[in-house]
Design a protein around this ligand. Structure first.
Ligand SMILES: Nc1nc2c(ncn2[C@@H]2O[C@H](COP(=O)(O)OP(=O)(O)OP(=O)(O)O)[C@@H](O)[C@H]2O)c(=O)[nH]1
Ligand SMILES: [Mg+2]
Length: 221
């Protein structure tokens, strides 16, 4: 089974190296870094570490993922931030779980094992509102609708529709996965971001809430 990884980046020079190194420990993995106009050494570091670096000048977290996921050749895909907050050491066991339990999509839940350091109260409250709204509108029982770490079969991604180009890509991909296949959440330990986030808490929070309703009104199609 071939494994691909996709990592979106803007200025993640302090952490991209450790994320790639962590994923390399899994063995032969196709690593694709989708970079949007970084002005630091993110691209150079990723290339030095043997990743395929794709430049995507159009801004947007979802845009970057769409560009990267078009290029993967693996049967299983691992997605995570380039900021070092997601644990690469659990990816191997999670891939085993995906295969042996015949699951299509694993989303990593940061809420169950959260600490106040890694996940602020403001983010927790915002995430809870979004996750509950998604639960009501799409009849889901998610714990963490905003997690950015997923492991899934590439076949399920190809069937997904109407994925956002922005930060709400993260909730869209889960809603689509629940609709299309066997979906589970697994708790992971979320790390502390040591560098500046791209997430604009209030702006992206309200925007994501708006897009929950848009997706529902559009009939999730
Ligand atoms: N290529 C690309 N990458 C992006 C874009 N926006 C964010 N990213 C990357 O996507 C990942 C997620 O962004 P973060 O700023 O970490 O957002 P977050 O994880 O929701 O917020 P934190 O919990 O504060 O880290 C990081 O690796 C970013 O560098 C974008 O427009 N283009
Ligand atoms: Mg992050």
């Amino acid at each position: 089974m071939k494994i691909s990884a996709v990592i979106p980046t803007i200025n993640e020079e302090h952490t991209i190296g450790e994320v790639i190194d962590g994923l390399r420990r899994l063995g032969d993995v196709e690593i694709i870094v989708v970079d949007t106009n970084s002005t630091d050494r993110t691209r150079e570091i990723a290339m030095e570490k043997g990743a395929l670096v794709i430049s995507e000048p159009r801004k947007g977290y979802g845009r970057a993922y769409k560009t990267g996921l078009e290029r993967i050749t693996g049967d299983v895909v691992v997605c995570m931030d380039g900021d070092g907050t997601y644990p690469t050491n659990v990816v191997g066991p999670l891939i085993d779980l995906l295969i042996y339990d015949e699951v299509d999509f694993i989303s990593c839940d940061r809420i169950t094992l959260r600490t106040s350091k890694s996940y602020t109260t403001l983010h927790f409250v915002g995430n809870s509102i979004l996750t509950k709204s998604i639960g009501i509108l799409f009849k889901t029982s998610l714990k963490d609708s905003q997690s950015g770490m997923w492991i899934f079969r590439s076949g399920i991604y190809r069937q997904m529709r109407n994925l956002s180009n922005g930060m709400s890509f993260s909730q869209d991909i889960k809603i689509e996965a629940i609709r299309l296949g066997q979906f589970i959440e697994v708790p992971i330990r979320y790390g502390v971001r040591i560098t500046k986030p791209k997430l604009k808490t209030w702006h992206d929070g309200f925007s994501n809430l708006f897009y929950v309703f848009v997706k529902r009104v559009n009939g999730n199609s």
